[in-house]
Design a protein around this ligand. Structure first.
Ligand SMILES: *[C@@H]1O[C@H](CO)[C@@H](O)[C@H](O)[C@H]1NC(C)=O
Length: 303
């Protein structure tokens, strides 16, 4: 047993995503000149598949879960290319203290969720993802787009309604902006749909960080991250994206390296799993409050 068996397992896990990757490149090179209008290109607005398209009419329909409209091979390839592109600069490096403070501050004692604080927590999470390897650009690029949309809403003429999650939901429901059904791509994405995408991705990171914080020293972070993804996010992604994600997870740093990244700037108390698990708890409180609010309005399955 030992090294050889381990290497073989890893190679087997690698084979499928790598094959898919080359297949995608092939498809993409033949399709790139004929992208249909409906094609979602990562980071570009009309992206129905991540729920970028918004609402015209309010009907309190509960749609059956996720299985988002399957993107074409070209879409998957575009994603992969984005994945491999350089991460954008977000200023200073990741600090777990900032991550925890932001999420702790985004939930008020009365249970209101403050969007600005929530988004600064997300910016910290993006820095974390970027330090996990360029392959995570797949998901971090997506979340950057969502953050930008919500910030635009906050700066817009109705900015006052976008201060808390509760006021945003109230405002968009009253105006029929939520979009319980899929909508024409010409409409700007609704805040509720956009926030829901971040909310789902937050569960994935919450699960992953919790696994990391409670794992034995010899545990494999790639496996933990893939399991968390499987549980929280994979059901909302197409087959193509799931393959690209699987590839990204294989390239993850070791557990030791992850702890080094997570404790950066944390001083003595930043080391080890305690600070990490405190952070996970702050994230979980915000996640649960969001989940409750969305469930109460039947909005957990917005397209
Ligand atoms: C969040 O909700 C889950 C499931 O309902 C529960 O198990 C967990 O304890 C909650 N976490 C926090 C921090 O409230």
């Amino acid at each position: 047993m030992g090294a050889t068996g381990w290497t073989r397992t890893r190679l087997c896990r690698l084979a499928c995503p790598v094959g898919v990757f080359f297949l995608l490149l092939l498809c993409f090179s033949s399709l790139r000149l004929h992208l249909p209008n409906s094609t979602c290109v990562w980071g570009v607005r009309p992206c129905r598949w991540f729920g970028g398209t918004p609402p015209s009419k309010e009907d309190a329909e509960r749609k059956p879960p996720p299985s988002a409209s399957p993107p074409s091979a070209a879409t998957g390839a575009a994603l992969l290319l984005q994945t491999l592109s350089e991460p954008q600069d977000l200023g200073e490096g990741f600090r777990i203290v900032r991550l925890q403070r932001a999420f702790a501050a985004s939930l008020t004692p009365s249970g209101q969720i403050l969007i600005r604080e929530y988004l600064s927590g997300w910016k910290e999470l993006i820095k974390l993802m970027d330090s996990l390897g360029a392959a995570f650009g797949l998901i971090s690029g997506e979340t950057r787009t969502k953050i930008a949309i919500l910030q635009e809403n906050q700066r817009g003429p109705h900015g006052a309604h976008y201060r808390t999650l509760q006021s945003m939901v109230r405002f968009e429901l009253a105006r029929g902006l939520v979009g319980f059904q899929s909508l024409p791509a010409s409409r700007p994405p609704s805040g509720c749909r956009t926030f829901l995408r971040l909310h789902r991705a937050l569960k994935w990171l919450e699960l992953f960080l919790r696994k990391l914080g409670t794992s034995p020293v010899d545990a494999d972070p790639s496996r933990m991250c893939a399991d968390a993804y499987q549980e929280a996010l994979a059901p909302y992604h197409s087959w193509w994206v799931r393959q690209a994600a699987a590839l990204a997870f294989l390239a993850m740093p070791s557990r030791r390296e992850l702890y080094r990244i997570l404790s950066a700037g944390g001083g003595e108390e930043g080391r080890g799993p305690r600070r990490l698990l405190d952070t996970v708890r702050s994230i979980a409180h915000v996640y649960n409050a969001t989940q409750e609010l969305y469930a109460a309005h039947g909005m957990l399955a917005l397209p």
